[in-house]
Design a protein around this ligand. Structure first.
Ligand SMILES: [Zn+2]
Length: 299
C-alpha cells in the first residue's frame, strides 16, 4: 500500500526521530521502536532519496520502499496494515535509516546507488533513538528469505526433536552465521541430552546397588541378631556348667573329708585290735595258770 506525506526535508537523512514521531500514529511508532530495538530491520539499499528495506514483523517478512519525491515522503510496504499515514514497518525503516546513516568510524558505507551523504547529527535534546549500536546492513534480502525458508522446517524439526535440515547453499554472511549458531545450539542440546541419559542410567545403577547393599545389610543384621541369641544361650550353658563344677568341687571336698575320717576310724580300729590281741594273750596266760593249778592233785 502506497502512502504519501508532505515533507519539507530535502534529504531522508535529515528526518530525525522526533520528526518521524511527529507524523506517525503513536502506537505504530511505539511498535516500530520495538522492532528497531529487537534488530528486526534490515536496510537493503539506501541513499538520501530512497530506501529499500525489509522488516521481520509479527507474522512474517515485509519489504518496504521509501522515497522522497517532489516534497513528499512516499512509503510503500508489502503488509496490509491500515495504519495511517505510515505503517509501523516504514516508521521502523526510517528510524533504522537515521541510525544507519549516522557517521560511525568502523562502518564502511555501502556503495549502492551513489554514496550516502551522512547528514549532520540532528540536534535532538535527548538524543533518543540515535544510540549507535551494531547493525548489519550487509545482509541481503535474498539471504534473509533463504534463512526464513530454512527456519520453518528447522523449527518443526526442533519441535519434534528430529535432526535439523541441512543448511542451504549460502555464501559467508550473517544468515549463514545464524544457521550455524542454531545448528551449534541444537548440537549442544543433543550432547546435553546424551549426558543426561548417561547420568540417569548411572543413577539407576547406583539405586540398584544401594538396594542390593540394603538387602545385604538386612541379612547381616538378621545373622547378627541370630548370633547374639546363640551367644546368650552359650553364656547360659556356661553358667550352668559352672554351677555343676561348683557342686562337684563341694562333693570332692566332702569325699576327701570322709576319707580322712575313715582313715582315722581305721587307725582307731587297728589300735583297738592290738589292745584286743594283748587282752587275748593275757586271757591265755590266765587260763594256763588256772589249768596248772587245777591239774596238781592235793597231797
Ligand atoms: Zn508495513
Amino acid at each position: 500500500m502506497q502512502k504519501k506525506i508532505p515533507c519539507s526535508a530535502e534529504r531522508l537523512g535529515l528526518l530525525d526521530p522526533q520528526m518521524i514521531q511527529a507524523v506517525s500514529d503513536a502506537s505504530s511508532f511505539q511498535i516500530a521502536h520495538q522492532y528497531l530495538t529487537a534488530n528486526r530491520v534490515r536496510i537493503v539499499e539506501a541513499d538520501d532519496s530512497q530506501i529499500t528495506a525489509a522488516v521481520v514483523g509479527h507474522s512474517g517478512l515485509y519489504e518496504q520502499t521509501i522515497r522522497l519525491k517532489d516534497g513528499h515522503l512516499v512509503s510503500k510496504c508489502s503488509c496490509t496494515l491500515p495504519e495511517e499515514p505510515m505503517c509501523r514497518h516504514c516508521i521502523a525503516v526510517l528510524l533504522e535509516y537515521q541510525r544507519w546513516a549516522q557517521p560511525q568510524p568502523s562502518r564502511k558505507p555501502k556503495p549502492a546507488k551513489g554514496s550516502i551523504t551522512a547528514p549532520p547529527v540532528a540536534s535532538s535534546e535527548n538524543g533518543k533513538g540515535t544510540t549507535p549500536h551494531s547493525v548489519t546492513p550487509d545482509v541481503k534480502l535474498s539471504e534473509i528469505m533463504v534463512f526464513l525458508e530454512w527456519l520453518e522446517p528447522a523449527t518443526k524439526a526442533l519441535e519434534r526433536q528430529e535432526p535439523l535440515p541441512s543448511p542451504p547453499a549460502l555464501g559467508p554472511g550473517a544468515a549463514l552465521m545464524w544457521i550455524q549458531t542454531i545448528r551449534n545450539l541444537e548440537e549442544q542440546r543433543r550432547e546435553n541430552e546424551e549426558v543426561m541419559t548417561n547420568l540417569e542410567s548411572q543413577l539407576k545403577d547406583r539405586d540398584a546397588d544401594i538396594g542390593q547393599l540394603t538387602q545385604q545389610l538386612q541379612t547381616s543384621l538378621r545373622e547378627g541378631n541370630a548370633g547374639q541369641a546363640t551367644t546368650q544361650e552359650l553364656q547360659r550353658e556356661v553358667a550352668s556348667y559352672k554351677e555343676v563344677l561348683a557342686t562337684v568341687s563341694k562333693l570332692t571336698t566332702e569325699i576327701v573329708r570322709h576319707i580322712a575320717q575313715m582313715r582315722a576310724v581305721t587307725g582307731d580300729m587297728q589300735q583297738k585290735n592290738s589292745q584286743l590281741e594283748k587282752l587275748v594273750c593275757s586271757f591265755k596266760d590266765v587260763a594256763e595258770a588256772l589249768q596248772s593249778a587245777v591239774v596238781l592233785p592235793p597231797h
